[in-house]
Ligand binder design. Structure first.
Ligand code: NAD
Ligand code: SER
Length: 315
């Protein structure tokens, strides 16, 4: 087995690459990105996902058998350049899917998202199949991507597996321009400054997940027996749901002096178009998904690790 991770230098890719290397061995997992990481990440290759010939060369040179295709431009950053976002997110995926078919790769992982939701999507316990009419180009590209994943599975038998990640929160990497980024930034600001100005309104409830749960869900999905995977577009998935005000309360349990104020910007409208809670019963039924982290447990773990990180840095 030889795995290629695209977008490996991002918030999730950094952790997923490390995690896959622990499971499959360092040399079996090739990290790639358009940006070079500022730490040792060997084996690492520069790869612009729009360079089809380069992906082909990597598949051939490294006998790639699986691709975890994370390269993308996220919901907030995507709005600054809609056509580029569509091109990177959708045409990048199409190249990966088509080369996976051509080289008969064993598996492809595609992270979808709650950003496929739109104003017509039911906001509470959003079902697996619901009306989706995303308002961001990021959401549009991910929804179209889900259709293409399903198409490649049905038409060519490609084993493509996908999760609709909620907002992902972790202490070991920084978010890359999404609408849920506040839920990571708030911890860094709480520890370093004791105050955070939130770009979402206090009552904006969104589905979220701790990085440890996201890694476990990804591994469990990818390692599940083929016969158990009945959805090849994107599985609904969730860990917890909270508002910025509730997260601030949870942080105050550990840092009682922490304060927060709110200056909602353009990301508020994006967040308001997404669901608040998710029904992930299909993931539970098909491959046994159960989250381990709720708001309190996630908050305690974030503060523990970031406290340690910043005290070490200042010594
Ligand atoms: P990120 O923005 O932190 O990382 C994305 C990476 O893709 C970056 O390192 C970037 O350099 C790279 N990239 C951008 N354009 C590229 C190109 N043309 N060629 C190659 N690489 C390119 O994002 P993330 O949070 O790590 O997300 C990873 C994946 O998970 C994305 O597909 C995203 O849509 C999905 N996802 C993330 C979340 C979340 O909360 N973080 C939620 C749902 C889905
Ligand atoms: N966390 C991501 C974003 O906000 C959701 O895919 O863009």
């Amino acid at each position: 087995m030889s795995i290629l991770v695209t977008g490996a230098n991002g918030q999730i890719g950094t952790i997923l690459t490390r995690n896959l290397r622990e499971i499959y061995g360092k040399d079996e997992v090739i990290a790639s990105d358009i940006l070079r990481p500022n730490y040792d990440d060997d084996p690492f290759l520069m790869l612009d996902i729009l360079n089809v010939q380069r992906i082909r060369e990597i598949i051939e040179d490294f006998n790639i058998t699986e691709i975890y295709h994370l390269a993308a431009i996220l919901s907030a950053n995507g709005e600054w350049n809609p056509l580029k976002t569509w091109n990177v997110n959708l045409n990048g995926l199409l190249s990966v899917l088509d080369l996976a078919r051509e080289y008969a790769l064993e598996k492809v992982f595609f992270p979808s998202t709650i950003a496929i939701h739109g104003p017509t999507t039911p906001k509470i316990d959003t079902p697996q199949d619901a009306p989706f009419m995303p308002t961001t180009v990021y959401g549009m590209s991910k929804l179209a991507g889900e259709y293409w994943c399903n198409y490649y599975h049905q038409r060519f038998g490609l084993d493509v597996r996908s999760l609709r990640y909620p907002g992902i929160i972790g202490h070991d990497s920084l978010p890359g321009g999404g609408t849920t980024d506040y839920a990571v930034e708030i911890f860094h600001e709480a520890i370093n400054r004791g105050h955070y100005t939130c770009f979402l309104a206090p009552d904006t409830r969104l589905p979220m997940m701790y990085m440890d749960d996201a890694m476990r869900a990804t591994n469990e999905l990818m390692q599940a027996d083929k016969t158990k995977i009945r959805i090849h577009s994107g599985y609904n998935l969730t860990g917890m749901s909270f508002t910025p005000a509730e997260l601030a309360d949870a942080i105050r349990v550990h840092i009682p002096t922490f304060t927060i104020d709110y200056k909602p910007d353009f990301r508020q409208e994006i967040a308001a178009s997404w669901s608040q809670t998710i029904d992930d019963s299909r993931a539970k039924e098909d491959w046994g998904w159960t989250p381990a982290y709720d708001l309190e447990k996630m908050t305690a773990d974030m503060i523990y690790h970031l406290d340690k990180f910043y005290s070490k840095k200042s010594n």
